[in-house]
Design a binder for this molecule. Sequence first.
Ligand code: HEC
Ligand code: HEC
Length: 218
Amino acid sequence: MNKTSYLFLLGFCLLAGPLSAVAAEKVHLSEAAMEERLNTVRQDAKATEAAIKAAQKVTFFCANCHGDGGNSNLPEVPNLAGQNASYLLEQIHKFGDGRRRNEFMQGLIKALSDEEKISVSVYYASMGVKPAPVTNKALVAQGKALFFKICQRCHGEAGRGSNKIARLAGQKFQYVSLSLTRYRDGTGERLDPLMAANAKILTDAEINSLATYISTME
Ligand code: HEC
Ligand code: HEC
């Protein structure tokens, strides 16, 4: 473990104590009930504002990796800014029950209360993502052509996804290439049959051009 990740873990332990004490007092809601609660909050401007405010108590810690306001400065850490709220909440559930594997995130998610899981999803969805600048036009054009051929039917023309489908527009290059390679190679961190089927047909060069294009989409 390098020094930075050690410091994060230390911070995590300090945070997890008080957070889990709060979580333990509460009855855990089902995934469906939380999804419903998320939608209720998002349809109400005042509740949304309150959730965004409440989220800031937790997200100061998330910012160590996911960046201020959810624009990450670390290549393999995803941007959360602008991500679809339902998708964020679903991924939180997946880390929580082991359907998605990342040692750090799995541990951290257990320390969040149901209300905190909802409020961080509302908060990050409300922030704006900062796409990467275009530096290689030819590569971006190749990625764009592939995106329209294979990906847009689920992720949308603008790459913004929908409810349970991830927004891709403006996502980090390195994180997107890593994720696509993992889905393709079936490494086990994430098991999604739709993505596995669509990633299986991609070469390394195609993953490179797709990730380049995606990172620049607004
Ligand atoms: C030590 C660094 C670190 C911290 C702190 C951290 N994360 Fe993460 N997070 C990651 C990494 C790395 C991934 C990508 C895991 C993977 O490759 O699947 C991730 C992934 C996620 C995802 C999935 C995003 C997607 O696009 O699928 C969500 C949601 C998330 N984190 C929420 C949070 C929240 C909320 C907090 C604060 C309570 C937090 N994270 C704190 C490192 C961190
Ligand atoms: C049949 C629908 C479908 C198609 C086609 C599809 N995807 Fe996906 N994609 C999904 C779903 C659903 C998820 C969420 C999966 C999960 O929870 O692991 C996802 C997740 C992703 C993620 C992870 C995002 C994140 O924030 O972690 C990436 C990257 C991605 N897709 C890229 C692509 C690319 C590039 C293509 C085209 C080559 C593509 N997808 C085609 C449905 C699809």
